[in-house]
Design a protein around this ligand. Structure first.
Ligand code: WT7
Length: 657
């Protein structure tokens, strides 16, 4: 099984229309209804979004202008509107029968579990918001969150949102170094963590990593650390700086009205990898993000009042922010949180959770699906998955074989699949089927969500013909678009708005993905066109891994490329030249892999280190990654090699292969 190739998906002709049973009760019931919404939104986007904002959300004060694009590419939505996303996710449900409905169902990896109703979650969030206040956190202060997948992670996010302190969640699999860089960039005032978390049958130590990140006063902005007790191993607590969550929570008042935030106040920063330099802090604001994640969750996952909804992402990624926490809770849904990951020791773990809680809507990543295919059909077949009515995927292109397996073995042939294309930067899902309306084709994310003007263009911004590849762009702003790169407006402009320059004064958002559109208007996303890898659905900049490698004393130069991988989609392969008298060895290769893990985290561990005397470069000194990609994949070097400075480098690399 491999990534879809142009040839394989050009031949993909299967079409799966939604069943009439599904469509009958769906929020959006037919292609005509979808088309109507789409046309309406295109004709008057402001009226479209304003009507939804009014109908779907609670505002302390209504906006006076829907959208301001007077200073592109810096857009603003619902200007002067006052809103709080924690209020929309909690308080407003308490006066409805949802009050005692499960908000979060949590399943720990060792098999422990908890359920929090809306009333309970509200109380926890209010108390914790008061804990934050008691430690001096004020509106506008940034808070770092470095936690396992436990309910307290959602409580922490919602409490920050409640008092207007933007959070910056750092995935618990990132190293102390990566955490430190992010805390420094965000100038975080406080960090929320846990002693550890469970992952693949082992305890991942978190607090020790925080200690390491903060050592030698490396992050002087951080004044306090709050620690949840999860795994109970011995950790050190620094007097004055470190506090136990449960101790402060016990005595905190459950009374904490939600702060009326300006619609454009920052809600969170989330770091993501780019093609150059260090990860960038993607900034999302309050009103537009709340609206867009709310309405996409409702329509794309076709949420009904009694549904149990489960998204398997981690809150450290945007999927966890938008589709575990904010979108589902804003809709008053029951959202499942699972601490574990697919692992050989428990090849049925996902299916157990579905059976145990009667999950109706299930949203996961192609890499997980491929891992489960490999573990065998006997595991899902031994569970009762009949509660499922809708399936979703996200993170990378899904190969049609994996799509078909998901459809048949997990969905029993009856569940629509929503293949959702989006990014950290877009805040919410952009291209996707609406499951009661749009017939699906395996491997295609199908059509843009109403209000999203997606197109495929060449580098001059000219639309390309049907079935011709090009760059995926969005031609009109949408409410949850990122507002800027934290602290670096120029990088925001450069990365997203200048690769393809504005055309006739119109700005095109450059997604960094290659795609094609077929004769039915369906989008087929092919993958990144920049130096960004997608390893198990996680974004990784080649430059980031290269800088980690060259920070090792033995390494002179490094070039990192992706190699197709059956399960992960892509695997990191590093070509390395050595400093001075260092000699290639398996030991050194292992040490370098470990060094990358320490610098970035396990997700960046190279699968292979290839030592070489020299890297293939152009005469102007640019590394020719294209050639290295061919070599890593064991393919013949294709395309033009005439710009190579020294052809013998290539010959030697071939021999070494
Ligand atoms: C990149 C964004 C947003 C959720 C998780 C990843 C790739 C994402 C799909 C899909 C093909 C996809 C793109 C995109 N991607 N979903 N359904 N089909 N590719 O967020 O880390 O910001 O990565 O993931 O390449 O640009 P992210």
């Amino acid at each position: 099984m491999s990534q879809p190739t142009i040839e394989s998906i050009l031949q993909e002709k299967r079409i799966f229309p939604p069943s009439s049973d599904f469509s009958r009760t769906a929020h959006i019931k037919s292609l005509e209804d979808y088309q109507k919404l789409y046309d309406q939104a295109q004709a008057n986007p402001e009226a479209f979004w304003a009507e939804l904002a009014e109908k779907e959300l609670h505002w302390f004060q209504k906006w006076d202008t829907v959208f301001d694009w007077s200073n592109p590419p810096f857009g603003k939505w619902f200007i002067n509107g006052k809103i709080n996303i924690s209020y929309n996710c909690l308080d407003r449900h308490l006066t409805t029968p949802r009050k005692n409905k499960a908000a979060i169902i949590w399943e720990g990896e060792p098999g422990d579990s908890r359920t929090l109703t809306y009333a309970q979650l509200h109380r926890e969030v209010c108390q914790f918001a008061n804990v934050l206040k008691s430690l001096g956190v004020k509106k506008g202060d940034r808070v770092g969150i470095y936690m396992p997948m436990i309910p307290e992670a959602a409580v922490a996010m919602l409490a920050c949102a409640r008092i207007g302190a933007p959070h910056s969640v750092v995935f618990g699999g990132f190293s102390a170094e990566a955490l430190r860089d992010r805390l420094i960039d965000a100038q975080a005032k406080l960090v929320i963590t846990a002693d550890g978390g469970w992952r693949k049958d082992a305890i991942v130590p978190l607090k020790p990593q925080v200690d390491k990140a903060l050592a030698d006063n490396a992050c002087p902005s951080v004044e306090n650390v709050l620690v949840v007790q999860r795994t109970q191993q011995e950790i050190s607590m620094q007097t004055g700086r470190d506090h136990w969550w449960h101790e402060l929570q016990k005595t905190a008042s459950p009374n904490c009205p939600a702060e009326a935030m300006d619609s454009e106040d920052m809600l969170f920063i989330l770091y993501t990898s780019g093609s150059t330099g260090k990860p960038k802090g993607v900034v999302h604001t309050t009103g537009g993000y709340n609206l867009y994640t709310h309405i996409t969750t409702k329509w794309i996952f076709d949420l009904q009042e009694t549904d149990v909804y489960w998204c398997t992402a981690d809150v450290g990624w945007i999927t966890g922010h938008s589709y575990i926490v904010y979108g589902p809770l804003s809709n008053g849904a029951t959202t499942v949180m699972y601490e574990g990951a697919p692992r050989a020791s428990n090849p049925g773990c996902f299916w157990d959770v579905i059976e145990k809680y009667g999950v109706n809507i299930f949203y996961t990543a192609p890499t997980a699906i491929r891992a489960f295919i490999k573990m065998g059909d006997q595991h899902p077949k031994a569970r009762d998955l009949s509660s499922l009515r809708l399936l979703g995927t996200v993170g990378e292109p899904i190969n049609p074989e994996a799509w078909m397996w998901y459809h048949e073995v997990i969905g029993g042939g009856k569940c629509p699949i929503v293949d959702t294309w989006w990014q950290t930067e877009t805040g919410g899902i952009m291209i996707t089927p609406l499951p009661g309306a749009i017939p699906t084709k395996p491997g295609s994310a199908t059509r843009p969500f109403p209000g999203i003007l997606a197109d495929i263009v060449d580098l001059e911004g000219n639309p390309v013909a049907d079935n011709e590849g090009g760059y995926l762009v969005i031609k009109y702003p949408w409410p949850s678009m990122m507002r800027t790169v934290y602290g670096d407006e120029n990088r925001f402009r450069r990365t997203y708005w200048e690769h393809i320059p504005p055309k006739d004064g119109k700005y095109l958002y450059f997604a960094g993905d290659g795609a094609r559109r077929d004769e039915d208007g369906y989008f087929w996303v092919m993958g990144r066109v920049d130096d960004v890898l997608n390893v198990s659905g996680h974004r990784l900049g080649t430059m980031e891994v290269e800088s980690a490698l060259v920070s090792h004393p033995a390494v002179a130069e490094a070039a990192v490329v992706g190699k197709p991988d059956e399960i992960k989609g892509e695997e990191v392969v590093a070509f390395v030249t050595l400093e001075g008298t260092h000699q290639p060895s398996e030991e050194l290769a292992n040490a370098l892999k470990q060094h990358v893990v320490q610098e970035i985290g396990a997700i960046a561990r190279p699968g292979e280190i290839k030592f070489t005397d020299a890297l293939p470069k152009t005469r102007s000194g640019k590394i020719m990654r294209r050639l290295l990609r061919n070599l890593a994949a064991g393919q013949e070097v294709s395309g033009d090699t005439s710009t190579l400075e020294d052809r013998s480098v290539l010959d030697k690399l071939r021999e070494g292969n």
